[in-house]
Design a binder for this molecule. Sequence first.
Ligand code: NAP
Length: 278
Amino acid sequence: MSKIALVVGATSGIGHGIAVTLASKGTSVILAGRSETAAAKIIEECKLASKDVDPQPTFTFKKVDGFNLTTIKDLAGSITSLDWLIMTQGMATIQGFTPTSDGFDQKLSLHVYSRFLLASLLSPKLAQSSDGRVLSVLSGGVHSPYTSYTSDFELKNNYSVKNAADSAGFYNDCYLDCLASKNNTVKYGHAAPGFVSTNWGTEMPAMLRMMIRPLQAAFGRDKFKCGEYMYEGLMGMETGRVNIIDQKGMGGGGVTKVHEEAKGEVFEKLGELCKQWM
Ligand SMILES: NC(=O)c1ccc[n+]([C@@H]2O[C@H](COP(=O)([O-])OP(=O)(O)OC[C@H]3O[C@@H](n4cnc5c(N)ncnc54)[C@H](OP(=O)(O)O)[C@@H]3O)[C@@H](O)[C@H]2O)c1
């Protein structure tokens, strides 16, 4: 029977590449994001990519806003059956701490809290699958630790572009590893996609975007090639620990030196922050 994947962030870029790759392999995909118009076009691409597959997979769209964790909870609650959860929702900005209506920083809400919440809420459902898998595409193996997690977990006093990037990568390693210990039949991974030609940086000032786009066109990997590599990474994962996956989909990458001592506390703090939605 065809697998069912939920791809959050499937409406653009890396998530788009992963959704079409999954479709070509006969996977039914639930595409999630804010833009219904973008999703409708990508669903047509998924149908084309799977036209020779038997049985025919299905493609649906679910609207979700990672700045509003109630919509994340509602999305998780609306899923009846699931094999694979893939999360690519994200943004690239140089803005400082910018609160969502939940009071969290926007970037951390997309890169950490919405992902932690979805992975936590959907793990029991994934454990019912014979092949449950979770992949968070962000910065596995390429970020530094964020050592102020004890004193300024949410970066309310300590915000910088580097701290936001490091904390997001570091927290993803930690919660995925803890979920892997608790759910021993489900596989969990954190991938770094490398430099990919996408709409990444839409929220940046126009001047920076004008510099990034030619670089992406010249040196960025094609999003569908990235989708293939991320698929290989998804398939290569093992149970019992977080799988750190590189831009070519190879596992075996390492966590940071602070990971072992920090992961339990990070997991608890995320649970505390998100408890009203758990
Ligand atoms: N591209 C690269 O070179 C690169 C390198 C390293 C890491 N990454 C990371 O990979 C991830 C994907 O990046 P990308 O290059 O694919 O970027 P992208 O083309 O800008 O796509 C971002 C995706 O996130 C979704 N999204 C943004 N804000 C959202 C919100 N509030 N709620 C729900 N979904 C939201 C967007 O969908 P809607 O607009 O429909 O909501 C879109 O599908 C990001 O976390 C990025 O930091 C990218």
